[in-house]
Design a protein around this ligand. Structure first.
Ligand code: ADP
Ligand code: MG
Length: 416
């Protein structure tokens, strides 16, 4: 086994240029290479992609990687190609010629990773050729999309198990950055992976400071905070495209290098604004939640929720983009009852189950925002992790208003 370890480490260095595995990466890779079903729950930025990329490369045949977004697939394919690895994606944007190349490379075994959206996987013609191919294993990225209790449910994801069984008897590795215990169970059940090797690392981001501020004079507060942090990189999340534009403009007239990002912008502008933020030509990006998936900027110093998020899953992922380098990361949410009413309105027109779930997610978020005790303890608890003492690094730990009130009462009592 020692030689396998050595080989993996050599390939890690050779292909990816990393000299060390991070966290459980090596154990996870061994698990999937030994043919075991494997379930990985690690925070964003932990390095989940490598957990299927490297075994795909060292294995014979082609690994199927299921991913929900074309942009995510493209990112990874481009990166792997730049490393000299044959990786391609299969989706509806391909021409006939490109499609044939993908099929040819899969069938002759030269393709190491085949990225595919679940929608394409269900197509008969794709299934037929995959049955003939030598598939090493199946990776399901963003596996929380399987669960309707999660925050990003995709019905097509629930069909994956059946399709995989149709292709062959293949080991599966499922990966996600957010799963409450309930969602985790739902995923494992749906994938028939109750017996899988489970790798779950702590969700605790010790360098992130969590603070909730009442949404009073929020614009003034926002400008003041950003001016005090001039030159630092930050993200301001807003609920609507309109607010994104408004806040970006407000910051610009206040001499902040800020740009908007939302799905309503034309693709070139969106790309250009994202690049400007990544290349430090802009300090602040004002964005809807469309911004951030798969974006890897290590020195984001603050993430501000100008409007309250829809769920703690979303909140955790979005705040998680701060301080990836392990240094300072301030997470500030402006919170008002009006925002919750607005979010509730969005839910009203949804089908019943979806609406009930959205309400449940929102309720959890509200109770977090209204909390008087350690934020981190509550947040981690939500994801099934127990913190045995208060974190000492959130607003409630550092500015315990309740305690101050009690102390003041004590002082008053002593005086009289
Ligand atoms: P996740 O999918 O868990 O959010 P990614 O797979 O996108 O994370 O990886 C996040 C970053 O970590 C990437 O820039 C990746 O290159 C880097 N990374 C992954 N593994 C290692 C490692 N062993 N050493 C150093 N950097 C790593
Ligand atoms: Mg990922």
């Amino acid at each position: 086994d020692q030689t396998v370890y050595e080989t993996l480490k050599e390939r890690l260095k050779e292909i990816f240029g990393f000299s060390q595995f991070r966290g459980d990466q090596e154990a996870i890779i061994h698990s999937i290479l030994s043919g075991r079903n494997t379930f990985v729950i690690m925070p964003t930025g932990a390095g989940k992609s490598l957990c299927y990329q490297l075994p795909a490369i060292v294995n014979d045949g082609t690994a199927i990687v299921i991913s929900p977004l074309i942009a995510l697939m493209k990112n990874q394919v481009d990166q792997l190609n730049a490393f000299g690895i044959n990786a391609q994606f299969l989706n509806s944007t391909l021409s006939k010629t490109e499609m044939n190349k993908v099929k040819k490379d899969t069938l002759n075994g030269s393709l190491k990773l085949l990225y595919i959206a679940p929608e394409s996987l269900t197509k008969e013609e794709n299934l037929d050729f995959l049955k003939k191919a030598n598939i090493s294993f199946v990776a399901i990225d963003e596996a929380h999309c399987i669960s309707e209790w999660g925050h990003d449910f995709r019905p097509e994801y629930r069909k994956i198990r059946g399709i995989v069984d149709n292709i062959g008897n293949l080991p599966v590795i499922a990966l996600t950055a957010t799963a409450t215990p309930k969602v985790q169970l739902d995923i494992q059940k749906n994938l028939q992976m109750e017996e899988a090797n489970l790798y779950k690392t702590s969700f605790n981001r010790k360098n992130l400071y969590y603070e909730i501020k009442p949404k009073v004079d929020a614009k003034k507060q926002l400008i003041k905070y950003i001016k005090q942090n001039k030159g630092k990189s930050g993200i301001v999340y807003c609920l609507s495209r309109k607010t994104v534009e408004e806040i970006a403009e407000l910051l610009r007239v206040n001499d902040v290098r800020a740009l908007p990002y939302h799905a309503g912008l034309d693709p070139q502008t969106r790309m250009a604004n994202q690049d400007a933020f990544l290349n430090e030509d802009a300090d602040v990006i004002c964005a809807t939640i469309a911004f951030g998936m798969g974006i890897d900027k290590p020195d984001v110093r603050f993430v501000i929720h100008y409007d309250a998020p829809k769920s703690l899953e979303g909140y955790y992922q979005e705040t998680g983009r701060a301080g990836r380098d392990g240094l300072e990361g301030n997470c500030i949410m402006f919170y008002s009852y009006d925002d919750i009413v607005k979010l509730e309105k969005f839910n009203k027109d949804k089908p019943v189950t979806e609406r009930d779930n959205a309400r449940h997610l929102l309720t959890e978020m509200v109770s977090y925002a209204n909390l008087g005790t350690c934020r981190r303890r509550q947040l981690l608890g939500y994801f099934g992790e127990y913190l045995d003492k208060d974190c000492g690094f959130c607003d409630n730990c550092l500015k315990p208003t309740e305690k101050i009130k009690v102390q003041q009462e004590v002082v008053l009592a002593l005086r009289t």
